[in-house]
Design a protein around this ligand. Structure first.
Ligand code: XIL
Length: 454
């Protein structure tokens, strides 16, 4: 069983000619806690808030579907419910993607936010290229709302009934609707939506209305007058397509003033874009800004929650719309949670472990092997992390037994082997490595174990 050093030497030629077997593995220097984190939707639910995401219906399988279902308690179709998607030719409807999203949401116990009924953009060509009298336009508007809202009656939590009605200075945007019907198109649309589904909350949604300013004040005045006139209006959506470093300082104050007016507020399309490439510093700043937005909503009881406009950078509109910018969502393109994800979780009261910035790993190799003995080596390497002492443990799966070790002190109890650093090699700097070796016996087979570093 024991192999003496002299027999070890005598077999030098044997080990040098035997093939070295390299095994692995790994133990993180810092905990990689993602999988164990409480899903955002559970954290949000405990606070009575929505944490939603925009989704693309065709992607709701695999990791994308798993993540959307696990982490979010609300979905917004990114494009599937827009007029151009649902009625590409007059009288020809395509509900496939919208249905798929609503079905997925119901299967996963999620709310759906309908987006959007009346907008100047992403309308079908037949509508925008047509020439309509105001009576015809009014009819088109009412029929569209009756059809679409009616289709999902009782199944949607909310509708963005009117999207982006204002210019930056607070005047009305001159759209097909405004030009044909005047500002009253908004009241008409809200009234039609209420008739088609009395249980859905009806919203007006816009961008650059997150802080107090001319545009948000125009929205405020509109909501106030609609309420005074008895037009159904339940909430305002603040899209929140934000730029890194430009979260409005008046966000919470602005949310509060709408709440005080007697409507709900939702952050409906949050993303925080940056100039690419993303760096660690920018991602850390982005995380702080995601947290600030979450906190502003959490501070106001009528703020129902926050929806991100795509949860992964692989499904974000930013790179196509703002060339050179991106990395705007809480997950990277490979579905790894970014610091922003952890910031959202923390704002919602989660106790997530910060993601590891680096790791130390142990690699096990058989450097020589003969009839019934072998020499093994374990290399402990650190990158982005460091150690001041270490212990490497593994289980010998086929009856192997250590006879001697160098550069570590090893003990074996049954199949369990544990090796701790010698007095002189406990420290492994960032970017550095140490090795230790051992001789051991084997018979039958000599499988490579997985080493755990602790
Ligand atoms: C965007 C979608 O994400 C893109 O896929 C599409 O090409 C353009 O529209 N404000 C809104 C959303 O209300 O509907 C927009 O969505 C983003 C800006």
């Amino acid at each position: 069983m024991r192999t003496s050093r002299s027999s070890f030497r005598a077999r030098l030629a044997a080990f040098l000619t035997s093939a070295a077997t390299t095994g692995v593995l790994l133990a993180a220097g810092a905990p990689a806690a993602h999988a164990a984190d409480t899903p955002l939707r559970d954290l949000a639910a405990a606070k009575g808030k929505v944490i939603g995401t925009a989704v693309t219906g065709s992607k709701l399988t695999g990791t994308y579907g798993d993540t959307a279902g696990r982490e979010f308690n609300a979905l917004t179709p990114g494009n599937a419910m827009k007029w151009g998607s649902v009625e590409p030719a007059r009288g020809t409807f395509d509900w496939a993607e919208a249905d798929r999203i609503v079905d997925f949401a119901e299967a996963h116990g999620q709310q759906v936010r309908g987006h959007t009924l009346v907008w100047h953009s992403q309308n079908p060509g037949w509508l925008t290229n047509g020439t309509w009298t105001s009576a015809q336009l009014s009819r088109l508007l009412n029929d569209h709302i009756a059809t679409e809202v009616g289709r999902y009656k009782g199944r949607l939590a909310a509708w963005d009934v009117v999207n982006e009605p204002f210019n930056e200075d607070g005047t009305y945007r001159e759209t097909l609707w405004y030009n044909g019907l005047g500002a009253d198109y908004i009241a008409q649309a809200l009234t039609a939506a209420r008739a088609a589904d009395p249980s859905a909350k009806l919203y007006i949604n816009d961008y650059n209305v997150e802080g107090v300013g001319a545009k948000s004040t125009a929205l405020y005045n509109l909501v106030k007058s609609l309420k005074e006139r008895g037009v159904p209006i339940d909430g305002v959506g603040l899209q929140a397509h934000l730029i890194l470093g430009q979260v409005p300082s008046t966000l919470q104050q602005n949310i509060q003033r709408f709440a005080d007016l007697g409507v709900d507020v939702a952050i409906t399309e949050l993303d925080i874009r940056m100039q690419l490439p993303a760096t660690e510093a920018k991602l850390a700043q982005q995380a702080a800004e995601y947290k600030a937005v979450m906190n502003a909503c959490l501070a106001v009881s009528r703020c129902v929650g926050v929806t991100v406009w795509g949860f992964t950078d692989s499904d974000s509109w930013i790179p196509d719309t703002f060339p050179g910018q991106g990395a705007a969502t809480p997950y990277d393109e490979n579905y790894a949670p970014k610091p922003a994800y952890h910031a959202i979780a923390e704002a919602l009261g989660g106790t997530t472990t910060p993601p590891p910035t680096g790791a130390c790993t142990a690699t096990y190799s058989v450097t020589g092997q003969w009839d019934n003995g072998f020499t093994g080596q374990v290399r402990i390497s650190c990158s982005g992390a460091s150690l001041t002492s270490w212990k490497a443990s593994w289980t010998f799966g086929a009856g192997q037994r250590i006879s001697q070790a160098w550069n570590a002190s090893c003990t074996q109890s049954g199949a369990a082997v544990s090796c701790s650093n010698a007095s002189y090699n406990g420290s492994v700097p960032d970017g550095g490595s140490v090795t230790f070796g051992f001789n051991a016996s084997w018979s039958g087979s000599n499988p490579v174990p997985t080493v755990t570093l602790g």
